[in-house]
Design a protein around this ligand. Structure first.
Ligand code: ADP
Ligand code: MG
Length: 389
């Protein structure tokens, strides 16, 4: 752990919820508070697991963020993103909305002393599958989203964006992987506030330079795309172009999600007048997205688009798909368990010993494995592969 990170963690120690498991003398995973059930997502930051919270038998999402890698800059970036996400989710928690992930706690894993911290941990409400996974499954099953479903989704999720605007939070990374479905509650909600920003009070038009640093290419509003294009070429923004509305930018990205759900282009889509109007307005490039969260939410309410939580469950197909996918995953896990047993039973001791010896020798010559000396380890692995047993 770098001293930088140690300082940051120490500075924020008071803010972090006390580690309940630690108080109870339990280890965080498996034996104690959370039982890992399935891997929800994985990236350079770490992993997200759906876990069973043993205390109240609730399902929760545990985001396990690395802060002890070989890359100090990445560690700091991860830590900063964790702090932002925690602070923003805590703010949203006051609002009691069902369309944004509920914040349930933040911990750091402490094993003895602060210098052993390897991860910081964020616990929130858990979904099953993200919208991009569901769309893929629906395509495979030839059960594309129907306009009514898309409107129901939109009506539900737009409440979240209205609240974000009220709290002056710019999500800045709206995209299919950050919208997840909960089969328990048959609803969608927004996750991942790692690159979000609080927008200063006052005008909703803010500086692009200041606010448009986060997000994912392909989901940018025209203003943000323009900014990134210039930044890529090392050019500065013209003074009169350095402005955008972050709340509309979020809705623009949401519009792209709708298009992908409908697997259609807004210009050619026909099927529901209201949805068609919304898509058209969202794609109006002259003045970028036309709606902010609040306007979109009101428009849907005025048109009596009922949120699924208030009416009959319209996401039946997603429920079935989530069930199928779960069964498939369980089967795969079953295979893996059998495979592991097989490996354990047949891995010859000699080979294990040779492997350990090899490793010891390499560490002596080159230090612990890292990206720079990884090449030597690769060679060793190849040699191991050719040992005759
Ligand atoms: N609360 C959650 N419920 C269900 N899936 C989740 C949840 N949080 C994360 N995931 C899954 O893990 C992936 C990565 O998590 P995310 O918080 O978006 O991290 P990142 O900042 O790396 O994008 C998501 O795209 C989603 O598939
Ligand atoms: Mg994400």
């Amino acid at each position: 752990m770098t001293s930088h990170i140690k300082k940051q963690l120490e500075a924020h120690k008071g803010q972090l919820t006390p580690q309940i498991c630690h108080e109870h003398g339990l280890k965080l995973f498996d034996e104690g508070c959370f039982k890992k059930l399935k891997l929800l997502g994985k990236g350079a930051f770490g992993e997200v697991w759906m876990c069973l919270k043993v205390e109240n038998r609730d399902y929760v999402a545990v985001k396990y963020i690395n802060v002890d890698s070989n890359n100090k800059n990445k560690d700091l970036e991860n830590l900063a993103s964790f702090m932002v996400e925690k602070e923003i989710l805590e703010r949203i928690a006051q609002k009691n909305t069902s369309s944004i992930a509920k914040f349930l706690g933040a911990f750091y894993l402490m094993e003895g002393t602060l210098k052993n911290i390897k991860h910081v941990i964020l616990v929130s409400e858990s979904g099953d599958y993200s919208l991009d996974q569901l769309i893929k499954e629906r395509d495979a099953k030839k059960k594309p989203y129907q306009p009514q479903e898309v409107l129901a989704f939109l009506s539900q999720i737009s409440e979240g964006y209205a609240i974000l605007q009220e709290l002056r939070i710019y999500h800045s990374d709206t995209k299919l992987p950050n919208l997840v479905f909960s089969s328990k509650n048959a609803k969608f909600f927004l996750i991942d506030f790692g690159v979000s920003k609080l927008v200063a009070r006052g005008s909703d038009d803010v500086s692009l330079e200041e606010y448009a640093g986060g997000g994912t290419r392909g989901w940018f509003s025209p203003e943000k795309a323009f900014y990134w294009e210039l930044a890529k070429k090392g050019l500065d923004l013209p003074e009169d172009k350095n402005t955008f509305n972050p709340f509309k930018d979020d809705i623009w990205a949401l519009g792209i999600c709708l298009e992908k759900m409908l697997n259609a282009n807004a210009d050619t889509y026909k099927g529901n007048d209201l949805l068609e109007r919304i898509l058209k307005a969202l794609k109006d490039k002259n003045s970028h997205s036309r709606f902010n969260g609040d306007q979109l939410h009101r428009l849907l309410k005025d048109n009596n688009v009922v949120s699924p939580s208030q009416g009959a469950n319209i996401f039946q197909t997603d429920l079935e798909i989530a069930q199928d996918l779960d069964q498939k995953r369980r089967k795969e896990d079953g295979f893996q368990a059998v495979f592991r047993k097989f490996q354990d039973a047949f891995l010859p001791h000699e080979m294990l010993e040779v492997a350990l010896e090899e490793r010891k020798g390499l560490v002596q010559s080159f230090g612990e494995p890292s990206l720079e000396n990884g090449i030597h380890f690769e060679g060793a692995l190849k040699r191991l592969g050719s040992i005759n047993i």
